[in-house]
Each structure stands twice: as C-alpha cells, then as structure tokens.
Design a protein around this ligand. Structure first.
Ligand code: OSB
Ligand code: MG
Length: 369
C-alpha cells in the first residue's frame, strides 16, 4: 500500500470530571489523531502524548515535531507491504514512542481494512469480549471515594483501580476494604513514593490488593526490585516499561510480576505484541493500561487486549467514563458483566464521527506527496 496523504489533528477533549493523580489535576485531555489515506483506504490512530510532560516527557508539540519532521517523511509515498515495512523506515528515530505509536496505529488500521479483517484479528486476538476495569482519580475523602466506587460497581465494573499519593493511600484503601471485603482492588501511585516509604507498602500487604502499580521512580526498575523483595503484594510496572528490553529487565530483576501494556508508551502494537508474547512465555500476566483515549485510541486498545495473555482486566472503560460525547460510532459501552465487546468490522471496527472530531479539533496539518 502507498500512503499518499497524512493528516495530524490536535484534539482537546473536556473531561466530565477532573482526573486527579499524584501527577496533578487534569481538566481536559489533548492528543493527536493521525489519519492516513492511500489507495482509497483511510486508517486512524491516536497518539497519547498529552498537553503536559508529567506522565511522559512527550507532549503534543514534541510528538507533532517528530511526526512532521521524521516519521511522516519516512513513510509518505513509499511502497509498504506491511506495518513492519513502515517501522523499518523510521526505526532509527530513538524514543518518542507516543509519536511512533500514533502513526503505527493508523497504519495497522489501514492494513487491516485493506485485508477486510478486524484489527483484533490482525493483531492475533482470540477474544470476542475483553475484561474492562476503571481507574478512579484521587477524591476529597475516603467517603467520597466509596461513593465513586459504588457508582462504578453499579455500572458493571468489577475491577477498581484507585490512584494514590502520599496522604491519600492507606486510609483510602482501609476504608474501601472495610466497605467491600471482596472487591478486586488495585492501587496506582504514578511514581509518587521512594524507598523511604517501605513501611507504608508493608502495611499495604494487609489489604489484599491484587497489585500495586508503579510506586517508585518513573524510570527506576532497580529500586522496584528492592521494594518487591520486602513486600508480598505483586508490583506492576507502568511508567518504567518502554520496550521489550525494559520488560525483560523488570521481570528478570524481580521488580514486578505483572506488566501494564500501553501501546503509546512502548511505541505501538508491534512492540506491545513482543512484550505480550515474552510475558506469556514467562507466565507473567499483562493488562491493558489507559491514557484517557478517545474512541479511536480506545478501539485499538480493545483490539490489543483481545490477545490471549491479557488475563487481567484493563483500564478500558466505556466512552462515557471520561467524555460526554466520543468521536466514534458506535461508542464503547461496558456490559453488565464488566466486559466490553471487541469490534468485528474491518480495522478498528468503529466509524469516526467527522462532525464530532471537528468540534474537538484545535489545529490540523496535512502532508501530501
Ligand atoms: O497511570 O495508568 C495511568 C491516565 C493518564 C496517565 C496515566 C495513567 C492514566 C490512567 C487512566 O490511569 C486510565 C484511563 O481511564 O484511561
Ligand atoms: Mg499507571
């Protein structure tokens, strides 16, 4: 396939409610939608670089720069027989995984559509439904957190992840555990702690958490191995994992026994699949993280999460969890049994609502031959 037009669309989506984490307060979410066109086919992807460099060093402007000046010129107008062909053309670009993943996702969608198969099928998916979960931001008080959890349980979510930060941790976990003795409960610190907090994490062992996500330094695999030796609750890495190599280091050093896969963080579905396959071989469960994606990115997440070793519920929730209106038809919804259907149509399997997309657009840039 020859891609002869690529469009970057900077979007800004207003969150239904502020999303509070140890990294700060989010009121809206900025991402880049990547549209590729060639041979009558349109492919869509979403780069999850955000407006701020607090989760990752990448931002919308850095991803835009890398896409415009390096990734797009490398693939535009080239004869591509697969996504791997495209990756080979820009592989010498180091880092900037979110920029790469946005373009790669659009190419995967285009190639799946050209073969008239679903993205799930093309990636090697085996599920028709994936297990959904919800990630809840820090709340004013433990009581408010209990009310939020109650609401999500009523909607059907059975796995709850809460954000924690110093001063908003054991007290909230204790209150939730008292209210819901059997709740499938995870906590995510987004790197808010250090090894000085080891006693706090030892205390967490009493609350039956299924995992603790990224408690320590965002790039520190070594210190997580020290913490894991001192506590029983499984650690899961998010921010520290940028590649298969990081995954091997994390597992083989004993830094974690569960991996959060986000295609944006690791450079796309191709690297995600390598991580998935390695973890499967090592008997390490993986789950799909979330970056408050629009329906375009969400569709890719759902497809990837249909691979066999995604055995834990993802941070994949309904379109309505974060946004009043999504930019795809149909929107993603959670089923009563906490699952989500994997689209079966060609490619991402949902239609992009161009009117809705326009409403969220901040700026666009078109690249042609
Ligand atoms: O750490 O998993 C995280 C959102 C933005 C950046 C980092 C994270 C998150 C989430 C939200 O937890 C998950 C979602 O609802 O998409
Ligand atoms: Mg996380």
């Amino acid at each position: 396939m020859k891609i002869d037009r690529i469009e970057l669309i900077h979007i800004k989506m207003i969150l239904r409610a502020p999303f509070v984490t140890s990294m700060g307060v989010e009121l809206d979410e900025e991402h880049i939608i990547v549209r590729v066109d060639g041979e009558g086919i349109t492919g869509w992807g979403e780069s999850v670089a955000e407006g701020t460099p607090f989760y990752s060093y990448e931002t919308v402007p850095t991803a835009w720069h890398i896409l415009r000046d390096f990734l797009i010129p490398a693939v535009l107008g080239k004869e591509l027989s697969s996504v791997a062909d495209a990756i080979a053309l820009y592989d010498k670009v180091r880092g900037h995984n979110m920029a790469k993943a946005g373009l790669e996702a659009a190419l995967w969608d285009a190639f799946a559509k050209s073969q008239n198969i679903s993205l799930s099928k093309m990636l090697g998916g085996v599920r028709t439904k994936i297990d959904a979960g919800v990630s809840i931001g820090i709340q004013e008080t433990p009581k408010v957190m209990i009310q939020k959890v109650e609401g999500y349980l009523k909607e059907g979510y059975k796995r709850i992840k809460i954000k924690i930060a110093p001063g908003n941790d054991l007290n909230v976990v204790e209150a939730l555990r008292k209210e819901y003795p059997d709740l499938q409960l995870w906590v995510d610190a987004n790197s808010a702690y250090t090894l000085k907090d080891i006693e706090l994490f030892k205390k967490m062992d009493a609350y039956g958490l299924e995992l603790i996500e990224q408690p320590l330094g965002y790039n520190d695999i070594y210190e997580h191995s020290k913490l894991q030796k001192e506590i029983k609750t499984p650690l899961c890495l998010d921010e520290s994992i940028h590649s298969l190599a990081d995954t091997c280091a994390g597992i083989e050093l004993g830094s974690c026994s569960i991996i959060n896969i986000k295609p944006g963080r690791v450079g796309g579905f191709t690297e995600s699949k390598l991580i998935h396959d390695y973890c499967q071989k090592m008997n390490v469960p993986v789950w799909h993280g979330g970056m408050l994606e629009s329906g375009i990115g969400r569709a890719g997440n759902v497809a990837l999460a249909s691979l066999p070793n995604f055995t834990l519920p993802g941070d994949i929730s309904s379109s309505k969890r974060h946004y009043l209106e999504d930019l795809v038809d149909p929107e993603f919804v959670i089923n009563a049994d906490s699952t989500m259907d994997v689209p079966t149509g060609p490619g991402i399997g949902v239609e992009v609502n161009l009117g809705q997309l326009k409403k969220m657009t901040v700026r666009t840039e078109v690249f042609t031959l």
